[in-house]
Design a binder for this molecule. Structure first.
Ligand code: MSP
Length: 473
C-alpha cells in the first residue's frame, strides 16, 4: 500500500553561493525520494534557504546591498543549483517568507510554557551562531576551529528554552531508536552532548541582531536564527494552522554532521514542546573536503559545483558524489579522482557497455525488449532502507560489471559468426534483461542516464546512441 513520505534537507545560509558540500543533502534526499517513488510511495520533499542572522546581515552591509535584496539574489543561486542537480523537491521555503515569519511567531507563543527570560554572559562564536561552553573554549584554546576566529565574550538578556523539560524524553527516544540517529557511531556522541546541554538561549536583543523574526510581544528581542531555521521543516507544511499529520513526522531529515547537534537537541525540544512527534530518522552525512582540507574561502580551495557539472554533465556529478563520497564519512574531492571516475567507470563500465550491447542487438536485428522491473536485489534494498546509499550504489554498479563479464563470457559475436540466429537472439535478450535490471537499480542515482538506457533497449528497434552516453574528452 502506498504511504506518504516526507523528507527534509538542511537549509543553507545564503551568505554566499552554493559549494559542492551543499550538494550532499540534496543528492542524498533526491536519491531516497526517487527510490521511495519507485516503490509507489507519495513523496513530499522540502528544500529551502536560511536567510536570517548576523552573518548574513553583516555580509550584505559589507557589500552595501539592502539585506532583502542580498538574500533574494543568493536564494536564487540555491534554487538554480538545485534544478541543475536534477533534484525533485516539492517545496522550497525561504525563512524570510512572510508566512514563515508569522508561523514562527505562533510557534513561539505555543512554546511559552517552556520559555523564560534571563541574563547571560558567555562565549559566543558568530560563525557558529551559538554560545560556546567554557569547556569547549578551553579545549579549542579560545579560537573556533571551524571559523578560525577567537570566541567573543557576550553579555545579554535573552529568552531561554528549558531544554531540561525534555532531556529525559529526547534521550529515551534516541536510545530506543524511536528517533533513529544515523550513522550509529554518532548516537553516543549526541547522547553525551544532550546530557551536557544547558538551557538554550533562543533570542537576541535587537541591538545585537535585527535581521530575524521578532519575538511576539517583545520588540526588544529577535529570535535566535536556529529557532526560526529549524521551524522551517513544519512551517513549510502549513503548521500551525494546518493539520500536518499526513506528512509529519518526517520519514528522514538529511543534515551534515556539523549540524546534527541542533537537530538532535534543540529541534526535538521544540517539537516536544509543541506536542509533535519527533522525526523517524536523523541522517547525518559526512563532509566533502577539497584536496584533503576543509573547503574555505580564506584558504581559497572552494570548488564551484557548477564547474563540476559543466565538466562532464550532471550524471558525472551525481555519480561522483553519490558513489565515491561515502554517505556517512568524510570524503575528499579532487579533480583527478573525478576524471578517473568519469573515464574509467562511467564511460568504460557503463557507456561502452551500452554501446557494445546495442550494436550487437542492431546487427542481430533484435527488436526492443518488453521489460518488467524485477524484484529489487535484496542487498541493495536493505542498504537503501538503511539509508546507506553509497553502498547501495556499489551494489548497483557491481551488477553493471556483471553484465560486462556476461558479454565476455557468452561472446555473442562468436555466435553471430556461427550463424545461429535463434541462440544469438536468446543470449542477447538475456544480456539486455540483465542490463535493464541493473539499470533499474541505478535509476534513483542517475535518473537521466537510466531513462536513456531504458528507452534504447525497449525501443521498437534497438540502436546504439549516435553520441556515446559519456563522450571522451
Ligand atoms: N543554515 C544552517 C542549516 C539550518 S537547517 C535548519 C547551515 N547552513 S550551511 O550552509 O552551513 O550548511 C548547509 C548544509 O550543507 C548542512 O547540512 C551542512 O552540513 C552541509 N555542508 C556544508 N559544508 C559541507 C561540506 N563541505 N560537505 C558536506 N556537507 C556540508 O548549517
Amino acid at each position: 500500500m502506498s504511504k506518504n513520505v516526507y523528507l527534509t534537507t538542511a537549509i543553507p545560509y545564503v551568505n554566499g553561493a552554493p559549494h559542492i558540500g551543499h550538494a550532499m543533502d540534496y543528492l542524498l534526499a533526491d536519491t531516497y525520494a526517487r527510490y521511495q517513488k519507485s516503490l509507489g510511495n507519495n513523496v513530499r520533499f522540502q528544500a529551502g534557504t536560511d536567510e536570517h542572522g548576523n552573518k548574513i546581515f553583516k555580509k550584505a552591509k559589507e557589500l552595501n546591498v539592502p539585506v532583502q535584496e542580498y538574500v533574494d539574489t543568493n536564494a536564487r543561486k540555491f534554487q538554480d543549483f538545485i534544478k541543475k542537480l536534477g533534484v525533485e523537491n516539492t517545496d522550497f521555503i525561504r525563512t524570510s517568507d512572510k508566512e514563515h515569519v508569522r508561523r514562527c511567531q505562533e510557534i513561539w507563543r505555543r512554546l511559552s510554557a517552556h520559555i523564560y527570560k534571563n541574563s547571560y554572559e558567555g562565549w559566543y562564536c558568530e560563525g557558529c551562531e551559538r554560545f560556546i561552553t567554557e569547556k569547549e573554549v578551553e579545549e579549542n584554546g579560545g579560537i573556533c576551529p571551524d571559523h578560525q576566529k577567537p570566541y567573543e565574550k557576550l553579555e545579554e538578556e535573552n529568552y531561554y528554552l528549558r531544554i531540561s523539560d525534555f532531556k529525559a524524553e529526547i534521550a529515551q527516544k534516541i536510545e530506543s531508536g524511536e528517533m533513529l540517529v544515523l550513522p550509529d557511531f554518532r548516537k553516543n556522541e549526541v547522547l553525551k552532548l544532550l546530557e551536557d546541554t544547558p538551557d538554550v538561549s533562543i533570542s537576541r536583543p535587537t541591538e545585537h541582531l535585527s535581521w530575524g523574526v521578532p519575538v511576539p510581544d517583545d520588540p526588544s528581542q529577535v529570535m535566535y536564527v536556529w529557532v526560526d531555521a529549524l521551524a522551517n521543516y513544519i512551517t513549510v507544511l502549513g503548521y500551525p494552522e494546518q493539520d500536518i499529520s499526513d506528512f509529519w513526522p518526517a520519514e528522514v531529515q538529511f543534515v551534515g554532521k556539523d549540524i546534527l547537534r541542533f537537530h538532535a537537541i534543540i529541534w526535538p525540544a521544540i517539537l516536544l514542546g509543541l506536542g509533535l512527534p519527533l522525526p523517524k530518522v536523523l541522517h547525518s552525512h559526512g563532509h566533502i573536503l577539497a584536496n584533503g582540507a576543509k573547503m574555505s574561502k580564506s584558504i581559497g580551495n572552494v570548488v564551484d559545483p557548477l564547474e563540476v557539472v559543466e565538466r562532464h554533465g550532471l550524471t558525472a556529478f551525481r555519480y561522483y558524489f553519490l558513489r565515491h563520497c561515502d554517505t556517512f564519512l568524510d570524503s575528499d574531492f579532487t579533480w583527478d579522482d573525478f576524471e578517473r571516475a568519469y573515464a574509467g567507470e562511467l564511460a568504460n563500465d557503463l557507456g561502452n557497455l551500452v554501446q557494445r550491447l546495442a550494436t550487437l542487438c542492431k546487427k542481430a536485428d533484435l527488436s526492443g525488449i518488453k521489460f518488467e522491473t524485477p524484484k529489487l536485489d535484496a542487498e541493495y534494498k536493505k542498504l537503501m532502507d538503511e539509508f546507506y546509499s553509497s553502498r547501495a550504489f556499489d551494489v548497483a554498479w557491481s551488477k553493471v560489471q556483471d553484465v560486462n563479464k556476461a558479454i565476455d563470457g557468452t561472446k555473442p559475436w562468436m555466435i553471430a559468426k556461427e550463424g545461429d540466429q535463434e541462440k544469438l537472439e536468446k543470449v542477447l535478450k538475456e544480456l539486455v534483461e540483465q542490463l535493464l535490471a541493473a539499470n533499474a537499480l541505478i535509476a534513483p542515482f542517475l535518473p537521466d542516464t537510466s531513462a536513456k538506457i531504458l528507452s534504447i533497449f525497449t525501443a521498437e528497434k534497438i540502436l546504439p546512441p549516435e553520441v556515446p552516453l559519456f563522450p571522451k574528452g
